[in-house]
Design a protein around this ligand. Sequence first.
Ligand SMILES: C[S@@+](CC[C@H](N)C(=O)[O-])C[C@H]1O[C@@H](n2cnc3c(N)ncnc32)[C@H](O)[C@@H]1O
Length: 281
Amino acid sequence: MPVTYWAEEETGYPVELDAASWGYKESGRTSDGVSELTSVVGVGHGFTTVKPLKLFTKLIQLWCPEGGLVLDPFAGSGTTGHAVLQLNHETGATRRFIMIEQGNSEKKDHYAKTLTADRIRRVITGDWASGKQPALGGGFRFIQLKREKIDADAVNALAREEMIDLLLNSYWDKAEKARSYLHRCAVGAHKYLFATNPKNEGFFLIWENSETSSVLNRDALKAIVAEAASATLAERYHVYASIAPYTGAGVEFYKIPDRVLEHIGFNARADAYSNTVDEDA
Ligand SMILES: C[S@@+](CC[C@H](N)C(=O)[O-])C[C@H]1O[C@@H](n2cnc3c(N)ncnc32)[C@H](O)[C@@H]1O
């Protein structure tokens, strides 16, 4: 990774990052972006906020490793994908991209397909509106989100994964960093077990959804012990739950932090089982 993206001309030393700006010769201009897009897809696209390829190829080269993945959640006309494919073609890099585009929902104009994907298809094949160009090669998959009702189980599973992210982060923050490495289990592999530490001890989370209480009771512990045994883990159990009326030998109980519960939309204070002191009451 470069230390800086710009150096002062006179001294040759890097300037402060926040004091640097790129002239149009280095980055291109929006008007360049618009003409680049017009050459590829033809006139009448109506897109005015197109970023120039020069800017995006430079950004990608600076910040993304050669085999890396570039995410652009506001893809617009698809300059990011075009820049990745162009760089791969020119330099032999193997970067990939994910672009997300909603289109203009007010106008019911889902141009992700008619503009963003169309541009990428044309640069891959070289069939530009302005004439044949060298094909950049590569490929992409177009995936459309459906407006189907989202399955409640899927939402809960996602919320659980999000909670695990937060728990792993808070564990990392609190524990001595070098020794706190936890290996995360594959998504959905276990009901309770979500990570293991280098001592082969399991970390378990009791949480199914925001309506069900998260209680470490005798039954839950039995299930956890069985899960640990079938995964041939040590007989020491790190268990996250909201409350632990029952615990046992080898159990290390961690109360799920309120901020983690709140983050996933669960109000710990309104939970009848919660043992937190309600300071506002
Ligand atoms: C300024 S444009 C991006 C221009 C792009 N860099 C280019 O060179 O064409 C921003 C885009 O983000 C899209 N957008 C805004 N909010 C979004 C969201 N929540 N999800 C997906 N796309 C979104 C808009 O529809 C618009 O096309």
